[in-house]
Design a protein around this ligand. Structure first.
Ligand code: NAP
Length: 360
């Protein structure tokens, strides 16, 4: 059994709290260090997080009494006492890059939820079921950083997890054009109805920067490793509309797709049913046994109903008129607590652990 000591940087934040909740009973990862800003440093976690604790379950006993460290000032001590860190902080971009590279250069691997490292071609941006092979570029990154075991790996924006996995097994039919309308839960914005009451009975059809990320990031996920770096895919052409909707958890996407060679409905359902990624093959602790779960259109994915898929996605094929620009409309739902933010980070870390990247 694997056993690694882990730190959470940004432990008092919304994503950090989710990490602490998911790691409380993790079979491989032992929560050892919690760090945040100088405002929280020196206090027991319970006191530092105080009224900001927003999870549905209480603060895990394991975390409550840990004295919070200063992520910047205590960097050397933290890097020396854990096998790797998760990082989700709210800081200016150049400071996030310096912080994450700082840990990597101290030989402490970083699994990050922040966006700052997503577009480096030697930094893997992982949806572990789709592009596990991208971890190969870590060797190139280590050469750039001059490290032996330190590196940064990231997870993508949670919006793309509501449609990229459903399209992934269908790439052999040639994805040409994709129009994705993403209906995104408030937990993806780090909010609850208590902290964001104006979302009750509301819909916000604009999320700053989200559509650009949702159009660009899949091209890296579908890119290939060439000469030690990731070369982005050239197709499909993706356009998106991202809306914030009054749902606590669960991002839904309506995806319109045009293929090079239109597959039959039966072929699509079969491809979804049979698809297994590296997490399923390796039987990682957080991997859903069935990644893509097909539902009939009249029983389509709904955030309130589809919470028991162990982090797997719900997918369905919606109605589409014959004479339109697209071949299919899919309606997909990802569990953004188990697969978005922290959950996606934990699965990415399990993949890296299974492949030996946290060994000393
Ligand atoms: P948040 O609730 O505002 O928490 C921010 C955290 O950063 C707190 O722990 C805060 O500590 C810490 N922090 C602020 N300044 C710091 C400093 N100078 N040094 C060390 N720590 C510092 O933010 P969040 O919603 O958790 O989001 C965190 C990050 O995750 C953001 O980059 C966000 O974009 C990203 N995110 C990613 C996804 C995804 O799916 N990939 C989803 C949601 C969010 P104090 O409490 O001490 O101030």
């Amino acid at each position: 059994m694997k056993n690694y000591n882990v730190g959470v940087i940004g432990a008092t934040g919304m994503v950090g709290q989710r990490f602490i909740t998911l790691l409380a009973d993790h079979p491989w990862f032992n929560l050892k260090v919690l760090a945040a800003s100088s405002r929280s440093a020196g206090k027991p976690y319970r006191e530092a997080v105080g009224a900001k604790w927003a999870m549905r379950t209480p603060i895990p006993a394991k975390a409550a009494d840990i004295i919070v460290k200063d992520a910047e000032k205590d960097m050397e001590e933290i890097a020396a006492s854990v096998d790797f860190v998760f990082c989700a902080v709210d800081m200016p971009s150049e400071e996030i890059i310096a912080l994450e590279q700082g840990y990597a250069k101290l030989e402490c691997p970083v699994v990050s939820n922040n966006k700052e490292h997503r577009y480096f071609n030697d930094v893997p941006m992982l949806i572990p079921e789709c592009n596990a092979e991208h971890i190969a570029v870590i060797e190139t990154q280590k050469k750039r950083l001059g490290t032996k075991r330190g590196f940064v790996a990231v997870k993508p924006n949670c919006s793309i997890q509501s449609y990229v996995p459903a399209l992934h097994p269908l790439r052999e039919y040639g994805l040409k054009t994709v129009l994705a309308c993403n209906y995104q839960a408030i937990s993806g914005a780090g909010k609850t109805f208590e902290t964001w009451p104006e979302m009750v009975d509301n819909l916000i059809p604009f999320i700053k920067g989200e559509e650009q990320k949702s159009e660009v990031e899949p091209m890296k996920i579908w890119g290939e490793v060439r000469d030690g770096v990731i070369v982005n895919a050239a197709e499909p052409l993706i356009t998106t509309q991202c809306l914030r909707v009054p749902v606590s958890d669960g991002h839904t996407s309506a995806v319109f797709v045009k293929f090079d060679k239109k597959p039959s409905k039966e072929a699509i359902i079969k491809a979804w049913a049979e698809y297994k990624g590296e997490p399923q093959r390796l039987n990682l602790p957080s991997a859903p046994k069935q990644f893509l779960n097909y539902f009939e259109e009249d029983n389509r994915p709904q955030a309130k109903l589809d919470r028991d898929l162990e982090g797997g996605m719900a997918v369905s094929i919606g109605r589409l008129r014959e004479d339109t620009l697209f071949d299919y409309k899919f309606v997909c739902l990802s569990h953004n607590t188990l697969r978005g933010a922290a959950g996606g980070g934990v699965l990415a870390a399990e993949l890296l652990a299974a492949k030996g990247y946290f060994e000393r």
